[in-house]
Write a protein that binds this ligand. Structure first.
Ligand SMILES: C[S@@+](CC[C@H](N)C(=O)[O-])C[C@H]1O[C@@H](n2cnc3c(N)ncnc32)[C@H](O)[C@@H]1O
Length: 213
């Protein structure tokens, strides 16, 4: 869901960096060939993730939810020298599609794709992680947060997508469906956690950025 009026939305996109050619190709490919293309970050959010990465210059990014690899490629743009993006995807049918785009990218060699269940695969990563990007099954957002928290360095970030969930998040709690409730509880949890400082940015479907003190 776009929360901004169309003309403001268009203006923001038109006055942001153009979508890099390979990402535009991946965007088109995903829309033409993969189910649920709305899951892809897309031009504007992709530029926002790329900018965040360039500001933070992470050495280690762990992304939960690769889909076709669009956001992983955006995170990779800002890696510090020697840095790596680890991205986790449960759907092995996407593996060859993801790799075909990683292979075409100048950043592909800095991205490691892990196929499997995120909660299981997360155990293998060690501190210090600079950025964790949560963008997978909504019911596990809080579990992902707990699982990675101690591995994120002090001053590192846990960033979660879709925390506005098309605006359903403002519904009366009794009327919320399960996923909405999980996202609502996630935002409450982050806000109440004295170990982090946080801002919920209304970028696309809502980006919760928590910085570990
Ligand atoms: C919203 S999409 C990710 C979009 C991607 N980050 C982007 O912006 O291009 C969510 C992805 O998470 C994957 N996923 C869902 N549950 C998962 C789990 N338990 N472990 C790993 N991946 C999971 C889905 O298969 C889907 O491809």
């Amino acid at each position: 869901m776009d929360f901004l009026p169309d003309e403001i939305d268009r203006y923001c996109i038109e006055h942001s960096q153009d979508e890099p050619l390979l990402l535009a190709e991946l965007n088109r490919f995903t829309h033409n060939n993969v189910l649920q293309p709305r899951m892809l970050a897309g031009h504007f959010q992709g530029r926002a993730l790329s900018m965040l990465s360039k500001m933070i210059q992470p050495k280690i990014v762990v992304e939960i939810g690769t889909y076709t690899g669009y956001s992983a490629l955006c995170w990779a743009e800002g890696l510090a020298k020697g840095g790596v993006v680890h991205t986790i995807e449960i759907n092995d049918e996407l593996e060859s599609k993801i790799n075909s785009f990683f292979e075409k990218s100048e950043f592909g060699e800095f991205i490691n794709l892990h196929i499997g269940l995120a909660l299981k695969l997360l155990r293998q990563f060690e501190a210090p992680i600079d950025i964790v990007y949560i963008d997978a099954d909504k019911e596990n957002y809080s579990a992902y947060y707990d699982c990675v928290f101690d591995k994120v360095r002090s001053g590192g970030y846990i960033i979660a997508d879709n925390v506005l969930w098309s605006g359903k998040i403002t519904n009366n709690i009794e009327k919320m469906d399960f996923e909405t409730k999980c996202l609502y509880e996630y935002s409450l949890k982050v806000k109440a956690d004295v170990r982090v400082e946080n801002v919920l940015f209304p970028i696309r479907d809502g980006l919760m950025i928590a910085r570990k003190r």
